[in-house]
Unconditional design. Structure first.
Length: 173
């Protein structure tokens, strides 16, 4: 988890940065594992993890205007790692036990709104193709029956041809 964190020198409320943790990831692996196991089994999160440093970040426009800034919260780096571990474990459990569908893109990594849109267009296209296939099959079946009806009608008409005002029957020949 630590390896995949963004390298940042910005310190959290406890004074630790992502860069610092990345440099010490092997030395911190065992103590953090013990800490996270204790937190998970006890169900109690350290109170320090509930603190955050609020920092204004400039959006756009005139920098002297206060409304052109948005606040960001710098939370504990250790709590972020713990949240990622819990999220990963919960998601694996949900997927393994088929409690979450692969189509729920908001909960799955590497599944963006663009992916969702492409999946929808694919489904619509497949549905449209299947609908056209069913419709074409129906038209072909109907066409065969109409040809049979027309052929039978022509044969009946042939048997009762009117020739020179008399009804001519093919049976009498």
């Amino acid at each position: 988890m630590i390896t995949h964190m963004k390298s940042s020198n910005t310190a959290d409320p406890q004074g630790f940065s992502n860069s610092f943790l990345k440099r010490l990831k092997f030395a911190l692996a065992r103590p953090l594992s013990a800490l996270y196991t204790h937190i998970f089994t006890s169900g109690k999160i350290p109170s320090d993890w509930r603190l955050a440093n609020i920092t204004p970040v400039f959006k756009k426009g005139i920098s002297s205007n206060v409304t052109n800034y948005r606040p960001i919260s710098l939370t504990s780096t250790f709590s972020k790692i713990f949240e990622r571990i819990v999220k990963q474990q919960m998601l694996a459990y949900l997927i393994d036990n088929q409690l979450i569908s692969r189509q729920q893109f908001g909960f799955l990594s590497k599944c963006s709104t663009c992916t969702q849109l492409l999946d929808c267009v694919n489904d619509w296209t497949r549905f449209q193709f299947e609908t056209v296939t069913v419709l074409m099959s129906f038209i072909l079946i109907l066409q065969r029956h109409l040809i049979r009806l027309a052929t039978a009608s022509l044969f009946i008409s042939y048997k009762r041809m009117v020739f020179a005002g008399y009804v001519y029957s093919a049976d009498s020949v």
